[in-house]
Design a protein around this ligand. Structure first.
Ligand code: NZQ
Ligand code: ZN
Length: 388
């Protein structure tokens, strides 16, 4: 097992009705920026619940954070915080709102052009330099409620880039599984597939000695396979909803990443598809993931076979055969979850995608990705072209 440090300071407040604790979680006398997205929280009653529990606090509202949050929009919130002397931010929404708030939190005191935070991947480790924030999660998928990473798009250049650092963990996250009842089916499907792929990025590498991490990863995958198709049809079933939400958090709160190699190239390529074509994040992963496993088969086949045996109960003696079947099972699961796994089924305008992505990665110096740093630009091209 590799050496690691496990640091996760998020006060994770889970369950029905937990929004009632909001006032006790925010520092007394805080001046709060309530940040949200396109307005779903007005339709499903979450805004009313939150404001009811914020009585007594001075609150300024900032709405309009878009899915795949935009740098340009977030900078408007940065200005408001500077001008209004806001001391705490409350993110109410899905991954996009929470990620947007992480960026806002980091940018307020950043000296210089805030786009550098993204372009230079500045790490934020000093909590005194960021604005503290908490979250009320409304969409289980990204794990952003319990991690310190974020993804923000610069509209002007169509670049989808990451930021993070130990100072960017939420102070608390309120996670009430009943909020998923108002999610469109498509977003429920996305949530399951995003969480599933988060586990795969950290698990589907090569065989190693971290036995417990593998078992935890496999159990998250199995839980998502067990409940995924049903929760999409019955989001008001609390047993399904609560297990879904907790699985999505556990998939990317850092725990299964400890002491093991990880890949993340599916995400890096997938982010480009969202930047180019606005394909939902999870749907880009369903397009790229299985093709990455195919192209990187030699590197990943042992772990694919372990995954095939333990998660899908595939029997046989040949590592190659089990590994191949495991990929097919994954694709079939994604189809069950409503994904279209070819790029051409998601956009008509895909012919130059591989050129574009390879050029971009080359400019950024991303020439060796994956757990063995052997996903070269040639491999990226192969993966993207196989995905057409
Ligand atoms: O904007 P509103 O009106 O709130 O509507 C949202 C949005 O249209 C809606 N929604 C959210 N909760 C709802 C709801 N509608 C009805 N009822 C509810 N309870 O759903 C739509 C999508 O929301 P969004 O926040 O964009 O989805 P998601 O949580 O999937 O977040 C995706 C973003 O997270 C990034 C992705 O790249 C993408 O930008 N990721 C963040 C990660 C992280 N921070 O660790 C890791 C991930 O791999 C991912 O890259
Ligand atoms: Zn993801």
């Amino acid at each position: 097992m590799l050496n690691f440090e496990l640091y996760n300071p998020v006060n994770y407040v889970f369950g029905k009705g937990q929004t009632e604790k909001l006032a006790s979680l925010i520092p007394a006398n805080a001046k709060v920026l309530l940040a949200y997205g396109g307005g779903s929280i007005f339709k499903n009653g979450v805004h009313a619940q939150v404001t009811e529990n914020l009585k007594g606090f001075e609150v300024v509202e900032f709405g309009g954070i878009e899915p795949n949050p935009r740098f340009e929009t977030l900078m408007k919130a940065v200005e408001i915080i500077r001008n209004e002397k806001i001391t705490f931010i409350l993110a109410v929404g899905g991954g996009s709102v929470i990620d947007g708030v992480k960026f806002i939190s980091a940018a307020v005191n950043y000296q210089g052009d805030a786009a550098e935070i993204l372009r230079k991947r500045i790490l934020f480790t000093d909590v005194s330099q960021v604005i503290p924030f908490g979250t009320v999660l409304t969409l289980p998928a990204t794990g952003s409620e319990m991690n310190s990473g974020a993804v923000v798009t610069i509209n002007a250049t169509q670049e989808k880039l990451t930021l993070g650092g130990s100072a960017l963990f939420p102070k608390f996250s309120i996670v009430d599984p009943t909020v998923i009842t108002s999610l469109p089916k498509k977003q429920l499907q996305n949530g399951v597939v995003d969480a599933f792929t988060h586990v795969m990025e950290q698990y589907l590498t090569y065989t190693h000695d971290a036995l417990l991490q593998d078992r935890i990863a496999e159990s998250i995958l199995q839980t998502l396979i067990e409940i995924g198709p049903d929760v999409v049809e019955n989001p008001s079933d609390y047993k399904l909803a609560s297990n879904f939400v907790w699985s999505a958090t556990m998939a990317l709160n850092g725990l299964i990443q400890k002491g093991v190699p990880s890949d993340w190239a599916t995400h890096m390529i997938g982010h480009e598809l969202t930047a180019l074509y606005e394909i939902d994040h999870a749907r880009t992963l369903a397009i790229i993931g299985p093709n990455l496993y195919r192209v990187m088969f030699e590197t990943k086949k042992d772990k694919l076979a372990q995954y095939g045996k333990r998660v899908w109960h595939i029997e046989g003696n040949s590592t190659e055969e089990i590994a191949e079947q495991a990929i097919e099972k994954t694709v079939a699961f994604f189809h069950t979850m409503g994904m279209k796994t070819k790029l051409s089924e998601n956009t008509e305008d895909y012919a130059k995608t591989a050129d574009f992505i390879v050029n971009r990665f080359e400019e950024r110096g991303w020439k060796a990705m994956g757990e063995k740093q052997n996903i070269t630009l040639e491999k990226v091209r192969e993966i993207v072209e196989l995905s057409y």
